[in-house]
Design a binder for this molecule. Structure first.
Ligand SMILES: [Zn+2]
Length: 312
């Protein structure tokens, strides 16, 4: 099966032509406008460039798949709710657009759920029917799969709010309106303020960093900076508590960690595994905690299984 697939991120879009477990062509585009509609001409060109690169006609594809950073209804092909990204997508008829521009059926899925479908189809969860994916990045994405089927729930939110599970009763305010969410306590968007509030910050090398992100946090910790080391330990603790919550909620066979921050998985995952061993209640078997395998392309690999689920 051939599938044309587009994933929208915070700052860029990725497009690929997927043939079963293989990506025949893949290109990315920097998003220089806000909203979905102003970007449509550039996105259409990106998709046509990918088709041309693979020398495949749109009519030979089984459908057009969109991985979207928000709540979506994969059954109707519509966006339900966004969090300050592509807000105009809620009112836009993407199925009609896909039919008019490419003559293709349209399928949409939450980006992290599509990534988990990709990891299950061609990545680190091919051997598991029950899996959870956590992506550590600007925020924290999550998705769950049970008995080989992505978990959606009555309102299509199931599994997607893993980053907004509270881990601190009197914690930081989150962008979602909740208090002490995992991503308010340990993600790229919340990290600068976490560091600035840490005792001794003014004496840390982080105080002179132009921007504070996890790359510079790891680098400062590697050089022995005490504040960076302590903040990093606290973040690993947050992700560990989140891992236990997700294991208790979904009983996965495999718990995957992906996203940009997990590039340092050799530092992070042993801490999480040790915490889970001590604190998770799973008498019938422990979840295997693994790094995701497909990196930023994971959602692109999810296109074929989504089309098979919805249209075959
Ligand atoms: Zn939240």
């Amino acid at each position: 099966m051939l599938a044309l697939v587009l994933e929208l991120g915070g700052s860029h879009a990725s497009c690929a032509l997927a043939q079963d477990e293989t990506l025949l062509a893949q290109q990315t585009l920097q998003l220089d406008k806000s909203g979905l509609r102003p970007m449509l001409p550039a996105l259409e060109k990106l998709m046509r460039d990918v088709l041309n690169e693979a020398n495949v006609s749109a009519k030979n594809c089984a459908g057009l798949v969109l991985g979207f950073p928000g709540f979506v209804d994969s059954r109707s092909g519509r966006v339900i709710s966004t969090n300050a990204k592509f807000d105009d997508a809620v009112e836009f008829d993407m199925p009609r657009w896909a039919q008019e521009k490419f003559g293709l059926r349209f399928a949409i899925e939450n980006d992290c759920r599509l990534a988990l479908m990709g990891e299950h189809f061609a990545g680190a969860a091919v051997d598991a029917q029950d899996a959870v994916l956590v992506t550590l990045g600007t925020g924290i994405g999550a998705a769950a799969m049970i008995a080989g089927q992505p978990l959606r729930g009555r309102y299509n939110q199931a599994g997607c709010l893993g980053g907004h599970l509270p881990v601190a009763l009197e914690g930081r305010a989150c962008t979602c309106g909740n208090i002490g969410c995992a991503e308010a306590e340990a993600s790229t968007w919340s990290l600068p303020q976490i560091c600035r509030d840490w005792p001794g910050f003014s004496g840390s090398e982080l105080a002179s960093a132009p921007t504070i992100n996890f790359a510079c946090l790891f680098a400062a910790a590697d050089r022995g900076d005490a504040v960076a080391t302590a903040v990093l330990a606290r973040c690993c603790q947050v992700w560990s508590v989140l891992a236990v919550a997700l294991i208790h909620a979904y009983s996965p066979e495999v718990l995957l960690f992906g996203g940009g921050i997990s590039a340092r998985e050799r530092d992070i995952l042993p801490v999480i595994r040790a915490h889970v061993t001590r604190h998770a209640w799973n008498p019938r078997g422990a979840a295997q905690i693994r790094p995701a395998a497909l990196g930023t392309s994971a959602a692109l690999y999810g296109a074929v299984p989504l089309l098979r689920e919805l249209f075959i």
